[in-house]
Structure formats: C-alpha cells, structure tokens
Design a protein around this ligand. Structure first.
Ligand code: NZQ
Ligand code: ZN
Length: 384
C-alpha cells in the first residue's frame, strides 16, 4: 500500500428532514449566499425547506448556475457575494452548484484573476466556508475539495482541488432526489461508478480493504441503480444510491492506491467541446479505454469480472473481454449510450479532443503516464 494522509472534514447530515440541522452549523452573524441552479429547487420544495430552516438568517440568493458551471456566471456570483459581504455559502443543488460554490469561495478573497486558480494552480487564501445541500447524487462534490469549471469563451473545462473549499457540512436527504429526471438519475449512477473504477482499475498494490470497499460500491450501484429508474419513489433505493455516490468520491477508497483519471480528463474535453453531459462522456470513453489498456490493467480487470460480475472464465482474454462488455452493458442498461455516434459525433471529434488535451498539456495520462495523444486517438476511434 502507498503512504497517505487522510482527513475528511465534511459532516454528513444524512436522511429525511436533516435540513433542520443546518442553522446550528452556520457561523455567528451569518450572512449566507444561497447558491442554486436553474430552478429545480423551486419546483420540488427544496428551496422552501432551505428558506424555512434559514428563517431569521440574513440570506442573499444567487440562482442560475448552469450544469457544467461556467466561469462567466460564477464571476457574477463572486461580485454579488462581495457586494453583500457574505461570510458563508450554502450550495443547494447538484455537483455543478457545489463545484461553483467552491470556485466562488476561492475567488472571494483572491486578489488576481480567479481563472488562474484553475489553469495555473494559483494559490488562494481565506476561502469562504461552504455548506452543501445535495439534490443529485453523482459527483461526490458534497464531500470532497474538487471543483470543475468551464470557461465558455475558450471551451476549456478545468479543475482545481483544495481541502480548504471542501464543504463543512452536507445535507443528504434522499427525498430530494425523488424529483430527478431519469436522465440525471442515470448520469449520477454512471458517474459514481466511474469514480470508483478510476481509483480501482489500475494495478494491485496489496490493498485488499480498498479493493473490497470499491467492489462493494460498484455492486451496490449495479443492484440499486436500475431500481432508482424503475422505482423512483423508493426511499431506500435513493438512500443507497446517494450514499454510494458520496462514498465513491469522498477520498476514502482512493487512499494508498494508484489512480487513473484519464477517462475523466478525456471526457471533460468532450463536454467542453460538445456540451455532452459529464456521465455521457465517461460512458463513451471508459469501455474503449479498458480495451486499449487491457494489458496494463489485466489483473484488476479480471478481479473486477470475478468479484463484481461473478465471471470465472478460464481463458484470461475471455475474462477480460466479458468484463469490459459487462461494464458497457451496465451503462446501456442505465440508459446512457456508449458510442460517439450515439451523440452524432464522428472522427472530427477525435482530432478536436486531442487538440484540446494538447493545449491543456494533458498528454501523459493514466496510472503509468502512458496514455499519450496517440492512445487517446486509438481509444476514441474504438468508441466511434
Ligand atoms: O440547475 P437545476 O435546475 O437545479 O437542474 C439540475 C441540472 O439541470 C438538475 N437537478 C439537480 N438536482 C435535481 C435536478 N432536477 C430535478 N430534481 C433534482 N433534485 O440536474 C441537472 C444536472 O445537474 P448538475 O449539478 O450539472 O449535475 P451533476 O451533479 O452530475 O454535476 C456535474 C458537474 O460536476 C462535475 C462535472 O464535470 C460537471 O461539471 N464533476 C465534479 C466532480 C467533483 N466535484 O468531484 C467530479 C466529477 O467527476 C465531475 O467532473
Ligand atoms: Zn465524474
């Protein structure tokens, strides 16, 4: 096992009715920026619950954070936060709103151009503290320090990560997910699945506990994910999907093991260029990437096949191919298509993604740094 230092600072407030706990977690004399998305929280009652929990607290609202939140919109939120001198951000929404809150928090006291936090890793200090109310289980953003922001002007989707912007608390009320459109339920399950895979499907380092954690989350997503589509009002199913998605990317399962985030890096470019949903890009890239990297990942792919899908083929190559197909079939069963052509994309997209990766200096991806631009081409060609 590799060395690690691990701390997760987010207090999880899990279950029905936990919104009532938030006020006691706010700073004294709180002036709260309530950050939200395109309005789903106003239709499903989450906004009303938040406002009644915040009764008596000074609240400034900023709505309109879009899916794949943009720098352009978030800078308006920064201006509003400054204008009103807020001292806390409450992000109510999915990963986009929570990621957006992290950027606003970091930019708030930053003297330079905040985009540099994303492209140059510029250091920032005194970010605003954040609380999260999660409405879409998928990204794990409610309990990690990652933030992904898109600059519309240049079609760049970039990430930064810092424990200092990790939410201090997160409300995870499964009832808030009852109103999710099917497409977002599907997206969330696929995103969480791929998060686990990217911390698991590398090479063995004798970390059996991390492996079992990862396999347990994958199995739970495989059994509960389809039920979230067929029984949308089932609280227990929603609760299990929600907790799985948080556990998939709150840092725990990735401690002490190699990781490979190349599916995400390639996928981010597809979103930046063609506005595909985040999870759609992952469903396209991962199966093809597994094929291209099957030698490097051989042992773990076979283990995934055996422990998660129950395969026991004596022929190694068959075990690997059947496992890759099972992953792809799972995405399709969750109604997320797995080919570029399904989204009306062709060879041109391959060159565009490769150019963007080169521009962003993402040319040595994978746990061995051996996924170069030629391999990315090969991966995307397989996914046509
Ligand atoms: O904007 P509103 O009106 O709220 O609608 C949203 C949005 O249209 C809707 N929605 C959310 N909760 C709902 C709901 N509709 C009805 N009922 C509810 N309860 O769902 C749509 C998508 O929301 P979004 O927040 O964009 O989705 P998601 O949570 O999948 O977040 C995606 C973003 O997170 C980034 C992605 O790149 C993408 O920008 N990621 C963040 C990560 C992290 N912080 O660690 C890791 C991920 O890999 C990912 O890259
Ligand atoms: Zn993701």
């Amino acid at each position: 096992m590799l060395n690690f230092i691990y701390k997760n600072q987010t207090e999880i407030l899990f279950g029905k009715g936990q919104m009532s706990e938030i006020t006691s977690r706010l700073p004294e004399n709180a002036k709260v920026l309530l950050l939200f998305g395109g309005g789903s929280i106003k239709k499903n009652g989450v906004y009303d619950q938040a406002m009644s929990a915040l009764a008596g607290v000074d609240v400034i609202e900023f709505g309109g954070v879009e899916p794949n939140p943009t720098y352009e919109t978030l800078m308006q939120a920064v201006a509003s936060a400054k204008e009103h001198n807020v001292n806390f951000i409450l992000a109510v929404g999915g990963g986009s709103v929570i990621d957006g809150a992290k950027f606003v928090a970091a930019a708030y006291n930053f003297a330079g151009e905040p985009w540099d936090i994303l492209v140059k890793g510029a250091e920032f200090s005194n970010p605003l503290p954040i609380g999260a109310v999660l409405t879409l289980p998928a990204t794990g953003s409610e309990s990690n320090g990652n933030s992904v922001v898109t600059k519309k002007e240049t079609s760049q989707k970039r990430a930064f990560s810092s424990p200092s912007v990790q939410p201090v608390f997160a409300v995870l009320d499964p009832e808030y997910t009852f109103s999710l459109p099917e497409r977002q339920v599907s997206n969330g399950v696929v995103d969480a699945f791929v998060h686990v895979i990217e911390q698991y499907l590398t090479y063995p380092v004798n970390a059996p506990l991390q492996d079992r954690f990862a396999e347990g989350i994958l199995q739970t997503l495989i059994s509960e994910g389809p039920k979230a589509l067929s029984e949308p009002q089932n609280y227990d199913v929603r609760a299990n999907v929600m907790w799985s998605a948080t556990m998939a990317l709150n840092g725990l399962i990735g401690q002490g093991v190699p990781q490979d985030w190349s599916t995400h890096m390639i996928g981010h470019e597809l979103t930046a260029l063609y506005n595909l949903d985040h999870a759609q890009t992952l469903a396209i890239v991962l199966p093809a990437l597994m094929h291209v990297q099957k030698e490097q990942k051989s042992i773990k792919i076979q283990q995934l096949g055996e422990r998660v899908f129950g395969f026991n083929y004596s022929d190694e190559a068959e075990q690997i191919d059947k496992t890759i197909k099972a992953v792809q079939d799972f995405f399709e069963a969750m109604a997320v298509k797995t080919r570029l052509a399904d989204y009306d994309l062709d060879e041109q997209a391959i060159d565009a993604v490769v150019n963007n990766l080169e521009k962003n200096e993402l040319t040595t991806l994978g746990e061995h740094g051996d996924i170069d631009l030629a391999k990315v081409k090969q991966i995307l060609a397989l996914a046509l």
